[in-house]
Write a protein that binds this ligand. Structure first.
Ligand SMILES: [Zn+2]
Length: 120
């Protein structure tokens, strides 16, 4: 038995597992939302009817989930290629706390800030 710290490969494996779990959850939720969307309300109900509002919320939820799934898949692909956690812009490691909050991020905090400023 050795007390060696976790190797990067092991850390990566754990992170991959976590992302795959999140992906599976998002996909399950998307399937549910799609099922509910099948049941289209009558548009004769008029704007603001609870059924219609619910349906529209599901539509928005579907788009969010699709986007999340795409990002998670991208993160998993990067991780599999060993590029996960590396800032796409400056090549420095991304802060672990940041990855914890936004597993799909591709930028370190400084670059993300710089980019959101540029967008304005
Ligand atoms: Zn950076």
């Amino acid at each position: 038995m050795s007390n060696a710290p976790l190797t990067n490969a092991q850390e990566r494996e754990k992170e991959l597992e976590r992302l795959r779990r999140e992906l599976a959850e998002a996909e399950a939720e998307l399937a549910e939302v799609l099922q509910e969307l099948e049941d289209k309300p009558e548009f004769g109900l008029g704007v603001g009817s609870p059924r219609l509002v619910e349906w529209e919320m599901n539509l928005a939820r579907r788009d969010q989930l699709r986007e999340r799934i795409a990002l998670l898949k991208e993160a998993i692909a990067r991780l599999e290629q060993g590029q996960y956690g590396i800032c796409e812009s400056c090549g420095n490691p991304i802060e672990p706390e940041r990855l914890e909050l936004f597993p799909e991020t591709t930028l370190c905090a400084a670059c993300a800030r710089a980019q959101s400023k540029r967008r304005r």
